[in-house]
Write a protein that binds this ligand. Structure first.
Ligand code: C2G
Length: 450
C-alpha cells in the first residue's frame, strides 16, 4: 500500500485545494491530510486565515479524498509524521517547489502543478473590502506602522494627517503615500479607518471626531486620561457601529495569548501574584523626558505592565497604590503601582529614567511563569516549579516588531472575522483609563500641573 501525505491550511476551500487533494490521492492508496492550526499558521507568517480549523478540516473531509486527517501544529512535524505513518510520498503544490526537497531523505517528494488563477488570498480579498487607513501624527511610530501594515492583507495606508502641513508632506513623501493634509475633516473624508499616533493629550479628541464621522479607530495608548472619556468613546463607537481599539501591542501578540492560556490552564495552580516591569532609560532630550506633563514612565509605558495584571487578575481590585520617583519638574522617572485583589497581589513598574529587569512573573499555587525581557513581545517564557529541574519552555513565534498582530486584529474586527472575544475588551481598556485617571489625580493633588 502506497501512503501519501499532504499539508495545507485549506482556508476558504476552493477548486485549487480540491484538485490538489484529488491528485494527491491518485498518487497512492491511502491519503493523509495535515491541516494547519491557526497558531502554526501565525508562526509561519500567515496571520489572516479566516476559517476556523474545524471548518477547514470539515471541508477537507467533504471531498472524500482523505483517508485520515491530522493536525499540523509545529515546525519539524513533517519529518515526524513521515516516520510515524510510514509515508511513501509527501506532496504539495508547485508554489512550494524545492522547499521540501530536504524531506527526500525520508520519502519521495512530489510537487503537483498548482491550479492557476485561484487562491485563498484572492478569495479573502473578494470577501472583505480593503480598509483604507489614514495615519494621524507622523512621529516616531508612524513609519513603523506603515512598514508593518504591509504584512497584513486587507489594509492600505492611504493618507497622512499632521496639523503642520510640512510634516505631513515630508512623511507622505518618505512613506510614498499618495495623500497628506493638515485638515482633519478633509482627511477623514476619504478613509475608512484611522490610526492615531499623535501626542498623548490629543488622542481622545481625534478619536472622537473620527468615530463621529463613522470611521474605525485604532488609537495609541493612553487613549484617554479619564474613565468617563474612555466610556464615552466606546459608547460612541458602538452607536456608530465602528471598531475602536486601543493600540497596546502586547495584547495582540500570539505569544502573549499563549502565555495567558498557559497561566489560566491551571498549570501553575491558582494565580496569586503578577509582577510586570517595563523600563527604558530614555534619552534626556526625548519627548518621554522633555514633556513634563504628558511624558514620564507611567504615561509612556504604563499600559504594557497593566495588561497582564488586568487580563489575569481582572478588573475588580480592592485597592491600588501608586508611588513615583519624580524629577525636579514633577515628572515621574519611575512609577510603581501595587494592586490588592481579593485573592491576589500585583505590581506594575515602569520607568523612563530608572532601569530595572523588564520581566513578567506570574506566581501561582503550583508554580510560576517567568517571561524575560522583552516579555511584551513574548518571544519566550518558562513555567517553573518547586523542583528546579522541572522547567517547561515555550518559544512562540514573533515576527517584525509586533505591530502587525495589532493591525491584523484591527482589520479582522472591522471585517467581523476576529474571534468572538476581543483580545483587549472595552472593559479592560476602560479599567486602564481609570488607572491613568488615578495617576493624573494624584499628580494634581501634589500640585503638579496636568
Ligand atoms: N494549491 C493549489 N492550487 C491553488 C492553491 C493552492 O494546488 N490555486 C495547493 C497548495 O500548493 C497546497 C494546498 O493547495 O499544496 C493547500 O494550500 P494552502 O491552504 O495555501 O496551504 P499552504 O500554505 O500551501 O500549506 O505545512 C503547510 C504546507 O506547507 C502547505
Amino acid at each position: 500500500m502506497i501512503k501519501v501525505i499532504t499539508y495545507g491550511t485549506f482556508d476558504l476551500f476552493h477548486e485549487g485545494h480540491y484538485r490538489l487533494l484529488e491528485r494527491a490521492k491518485a498518487l497512492g492508496d491511502y491519503l493523509i491530510v495535515g491541516v494547519t492550526t491557526e497558531h502554526f499558521d501565525q508562526m509561519r507568517g500567515k496571520i489572516n486565515v479566516m476559517d476556523p480549523i474545524v471548518d477547514r478540516i470539515e471541508n477537507v473531509k467533504k471531498t472524500g479524498f482523505a483517508d485520515q486527517i491530522i493536525v499540523e501544529d509545529h515546525a519539524g512535524q513533517k519529518v515526524e509524521d513521515i516516520q510515524k505513518y510510514d509515508i511513501d510520498i509527501m506532496t504539495v503544490g508547485s508554489d512550494w517547489e524545492g522547499h521540501f526537497d530536504y524531506l527526500r531523505d525520508y520519502c519521495k517528494v512530489v510537487y503537483l502543478e498548482r491550479t492557476p488563477n485561484i487562491s485563498s488570498t484572492m478569495l479573502r480579498r473578494q470577501k472583505v473590502s480593503i480598509v483604507r487607513m489614514g495615519i494621524v501624527g507622523t512621529g516616531r511610530i508612524a513609519p513603523r506602522f506603515v512598514a508593518e501594515a504591509n504584512y497584513v492583507s486587507g489594509i492600505f495606508i492611504s493618507c497622512a494627517y499632521n496639523p503642520v502641513k510640512e510634516s505631513a508632506r515630508a512623511f507622505a513623501e518618505r512613506m510614498k503615500l499618495a495623500c497628506y493634509t493638515e485638515e482633519y475633516d478633509e482627511f477623514l473624508q476619504n478613509i475608512d479607518a484611522v490610526y492615531i499616533a499623535s501626542p498623548h493629550e490629543t488622542h481622545s479628541e481625534y478619536a472622537k471626531r473620527a468615530i463621529e464621522k463613522g470611521k474605525h479607530v485604532l488609537c495609541e495608548k493612553p487613549m484617554t486620561f479619564t474613565r468617563w472619556e474612555a466610556e464615552e468613546l466606546y459608547r460612541l463607537a458602538q452607536d456608530k457601529g465602528v471598531v475602536l481599539m486601543e493600540a497596546i501591542k502586547v495584547a495582540y501578540c500570539p505569544g502573549f495569548q499563549q502565555l495567558l492560556a498557559v497561566a489560566r490552564s491551571g498549570k501553575i495552580g491558582e494565580i496569586r501574584d503578577v509582577e510586570a516591569c517595563f523600563s527604558r532609560i530614555a534619552d534626556e532630550n526625548s519627548r518621554e523626558r522633555t514633556d513634563k506633563v504628558y511624558g514620564g514612565g507611567f504615561l509612556e509605558y504604563g499600559s504594557y505592565p497593566l495588561v497582564p495584571i488586568i487580563k489575569l487578575l481582572g478588573l475588580e481590585y480592592e485597592d491600588l497604590r501608586i508611588d513615583s520617583i519624580l524629577d525636579a519638574y514633577g515628572m515621574d522617572l519611575y512609577t510603581k503601582i501595587q494592586f490588592r485583589y481579593p485573592e491576589g497581589l500585583a505590581t506594575a513598574k515602569m520607568g523612563v529614567g530608572v532601569k530595572s529587569e523588564g520581566q513578567l512573573v506570574i506566581a501561582g499555587t503550583k508554580g510560576y511563569i517567568l517571561a524575560p525581557s522583552p516579555w511584551w513581545l513574548t518571544k519566550g517564557f518558562e513555567v517553573r516549579y518547586e523542583d528546579p529541574n522541572k522547567i517547561d519552555r515555550y518559544e512562540p513565534a514573533f515576527m517584525g516588531d509586533g505591530l502587525r498582530y495589532e493591525i491584523a486584529e484591527f482589520v479582522a474586527e472591522i471585517n467581523g472575522t476576529s474571534e468572538k472575544k476581543s483580545k483587549l475588551s472595552p472593559e479592560e481598556s476602560i479599567a486602564m483609563a481609570e488607572i491613568v485617571e488615578r495617576f493624573m489625580e494624584q499628580r494634581r493633588e501634589r500640585g503638579i500641573r496636568v
